[in-house]
Design a protein around this ligand. Structure first.
Ligand code: NAD
Length: 260
């Protein structure tokens, strides 16, 4: 039963995270939104979700690359709602470049936002989840938590790290009614993927059309993009009581990409 629970979704002002926030609000969860973007658009999203679903929706502009900012967001959410019952670690960035030409600050930013931020959110969320003997932690990893692609060293390293973090924390809290899982989407057409298409074209010396057909869709045997709604539905299931026996799972949702 998700109604009345509180879901905090990092990076939910866009793409997959926004879809997950909409899905939890539609099930009657109070929602904490987070991420960057145009303040007016974020306020529109916040007020629309609250009005459409009759739930409380807050927005927190915490920077997922900064531990203090993340902890302050978690403290504030727990002070208001008593608990973050469902934590979705979704915020992420990507940078595409050959390893010997990879800017150090970009490598550090990818690892901070895509991996390290979850260390800060999880350790704070667990205190309140343990007191309630119930919690759901869902880490939005990637097919790149399971396989590699050239020119994505920081992203692949961070997402493999998310898989390791997921399995470890799952074992630590398994007896306390808390599950910890990772979802691993293949390519979803969001701003994150749209931005990497020209960089991938440059790194591989091919056109943007070739990137879409011969790199992105070629990776996925279904030859289809994964949709935001499909990823959100999987997150809803993992948060449900029916999924109580699923923990430590690194769950592909990638059109068969990693089945080889
Ligand atoms: P997106 O660019 O549409 O959204 C990313 C979100 O993260 C935005 O809300 C953005 O504001 C937020 N964000 C970025 N940096 C932040 C920071 N420092 N602090 C707070 N928020 C920050 O991207 P998306 O495709 O929706 O990606 C969401 C997640 O899904 C990421 O973790 C990504 O790695 C993962 N993923 C995406 C795909 C895909 O094909 N789109 C595939 C696999 C995994």
């Amino acid at each position: 039963m998700l109604r009345g629970k509180t879901a905090l979704i990092t990076g939910s002002t866009s793409g997959i995270g926004q879809g997950i926030a909409e899905a939890f609000a539609a099930k009657g969860c109070n929602v904490v939104l987070n991420g960057f973007g145009d303040p007016a658009e974020i306020e529109l999203l916040r007020s629309r979700l609250a009005a459409d679903h009759g739930v409380t929706v807050r927005y927190d502009n915490a920077d997922m690359s900064k531990g203090d900012s993340i902890t302050a967001m978690m403290d504030k959410a727990i002070a208001e709602f008593g608990c973050v019952d469902i934590l979705v670690n979704n915020a992420g960035i990507q940078h595409v470049a050959p390893i010997d030409d990879f800017p150090i600050e970009k490598w550090e930013a990818v690892v901070a936002i895509d991996l390290m931020s979850s260390f800060y959110t999880i350790r704070r969320a667990l205190q309140a989840m343990k007191a309630n003997k119930w919690g759901r932690i869902i880490n939005v990893a990637s097919a790149h938590a399971l396989v590699a692609s050239p020119y994505k060293s920081a992203y692949v390293a961070a997402k493999h790290g998310v898989a390791g973090l997921t399995k470890t924390v799952a074992l630590e809290v398994a007896e306390q009614g808390i599950t910890v899982n990772a979802v691993c989407p293949g390519y979803v057409l969001t701003p994150l993927v749209e931005k990497q298409i020209p960089d991938t074209a440059k790194a591989r010396g091919i056109t943007e059309e070739q990137v879409i057909k011969d790199v992105l869709l070629a990776a996925q045997p279904t030859k289809q993009f994964v949709t935001v709604e499909q990823v959100a539905s999987l997150c809803l299931f993992l948060a449900s009581d029916d999924a109580a026996s699923i923990t430590g799972a690194i769950m592909p949702i990638e059109g068969g990409w990693t089945a080889h």
